[in-house]
Design a protein around this ligand. Structure first.
Ligand code: AMP
Length: 453
């Protein structure tokens, strides 16, 4: 129940209006800690409810006890890596602030600079991307000395996109008394640790177990394939025969995404493709069409799909196996959201098998094996497994599924399949509370393939 949190009553009213009943694990962990005024460093993924986890305490702080007169000046700022995420976050802020006097504004590239400068004087909360905000700071339009709460969302991705310096400079323009809430999907590397040490003051670390964020209603299956052309036939069959509202197909490379998209369009599917080479206009168009239901199928790479929040995505197809367990969780976390049913199908060639079974071990799952009789291939998994009848997870593997890093595997075998092959939640949903100095160790990813994103 949200009433367990000491949130302002107008926010509780908005939460009830939005029909949020149970707070998600990240909300249970982060809302009380943020309400205490601490700086926070939270590892949580898109789809976990993390936006409400920082927006609600932020708004509560701005509303105070309700005794003081409303004053319009910039009192909170949320930084995000992309325009689309900033737009999504603005909508969330407006939904939660609907019964308050607080006004929020958006500052991203591609919009009229003068209009933005005028808007900056009329809002309490600013949501934006670092590049354009720095331009306003340079032009003297951005006064941050009254900022009480600074949020850095998807901080790891802002770093990946080269925004570290801008973010740190914007944080430095705040008055020093402010609270900073830093969220990232991964534990990040040295760059993120450096940012944390520069912008956070004695932070509380909260790490949400990514596996616990998987949705119980999502079935997970694998279908073996002989080669990419075979995978294309399988995708075609699945799109034609599965029941779904909207589907997303993940590839590891731009080239493969474009190729598959071309094949689908040639087969008269209404589809869109999203990858790193598509500009913001294409992204927005693709996402709008998908949201409206004019398009049912999205072909995407991980980078392009990150942060995507589209209702009704109930079929996820991994054309290529993601390179790490966390990326897998990210991908299939898009389906079965907010209690809905979902289906995640991974297409597995011989070179995907080891990665797939290491991800099974990471998730302590065994994916349902499925065959499409119209397109049954020759490859059915490693021969020695079939001969011995062993579960996939019992074979020695060399890939660390969480990170995608090569490592000597010594984890226990995957458990036998549950009846429905749904994702089992770990026993406790409680987030792992990491000590004050407790950032997870640096993790390295497998080097990407050419054209990979
Ligand atoms: P986020 O991870 O913040 O992108 O949230 C993912 C989706 O879950 C958004 O559409 C939210 O509006 C929704 N959501 C967040 N928290 C809750 C909750 N406690 N109950 C129901 N839906 C929620």
């Amino acid at each position: 129940m949200f009433s367990q949190f000491a949130l302002h009553e107008r926010l509780l009213k908005a939460v009830a209006e939005l029909k949020f009943v149970e707070p998600t694990p990240v909300q249970v962990a982060a809302i009380p800690a943020a309400l205490q005024g601490n700086d926070l460093r939270v590892i949580a993924q898109t789809g976990s409810g993390k936006t409400a986890a920082f927006v609600l305490p932020m708004l509560s702080r701005l509303l105070g006890d309700g005794g003081s007169q409303p004053r319009v000046c910039l009192r909170a700022m949320i930084l995000l890596p992309t325009r689309e995420l900033a737009q999504q976050t603005l909508k969330e802020v407006e939904r939660f602030a609907q019964f308050t006097f607080l006004k929020a504004g958006l500052i991203t590239g591609g919009e009229d600079f003068k209009q933005q400068a005028a808007m900056l004087r009329r809002v309490d909360i600013l949501i934006g991307t670092p590049g354009r905000l720095i331009e306003h700071a340079n032009a003297g339009n951005l006064l941050l000395d009254e900022v009480e709460v600074l949020v850095l969302d998807e901080a790891d991705r802002m770093l990946d996109m080269g925004f570290a310096e801008d973010v740190e400079r914007l944080a430095g323009l705040c008055n020093g008394e402010h609270q900073t809430l830093l969220f990232s999907a991964t534990s990040g590397g040295a760059g993120l640790r450096e940012m944390v040490s520069k912008v956070l003051k004695d932070p509380t670390h909260l790490q949400l177990n990514s596996v616990s964020q998987l949705n119980e209603g999502t079935r997970q299956q694998i279908i073996t394939a002989d080669h990419n052309y075979h995978k294309e036939l399988l995708v075609d069959w699945l799109l034609a025969n599965e029941t779904y509202d909207k589907a997303i197909i993940f590839t590891n490379t731009r080239v493969q995404a474009d190729r598959l998209y071309g094949k689908l369009v040639a087969r008269d599917y209404k589809a869109f493709v999203l990858h790193g080479e598509k500009d913001q206009k294409d992204r927005k168009l693709a996402i709008d069409r998908l949201r409206q239901g004019a398009v049912k199928i999205l072909v995407a790479t991980d980078v392009a799909a990150r942060g995507l929040d589209v209702d009704g995505l109930d079929l996820v197809i991994n054309f290529d196996m993601p390179r790490s367990g966390d990326e897998y969780v990210h991908r299939i976390g898009r389906t079965g959201r907010a209690g809905g049913e979902g289906l995640a199908i991974s297409l597995i060639c011989h070179n995907d098998w080891n990665l797939m079974s290491s991800i099974e071990r990471y998730l302590k799952q065994r994916f349902e094996r499925r065959n499409i009789k119209e397109h049954k291939g020759l490859y059915q998994g490693p021969k020695n497994l079939k001969a011995s009848g062993k579960a996939a997870g019992t074979k020695k593997k060399k890939t660390d599924a969480k990170t995608g890093k090569k490592a000597a595997a010594k984890k226990p075998a995957a458990k036998s399949p549950s009846k429905r092959n749904t994702i089992n939640k770990p026993k406790s949903d409680a987030p792992v509370l990491v000590s004050k100095d407790g950032l997870a160790p640096l993790k390295r990813r497998k080097p990407a393939e050419p054209g990979a994103e």
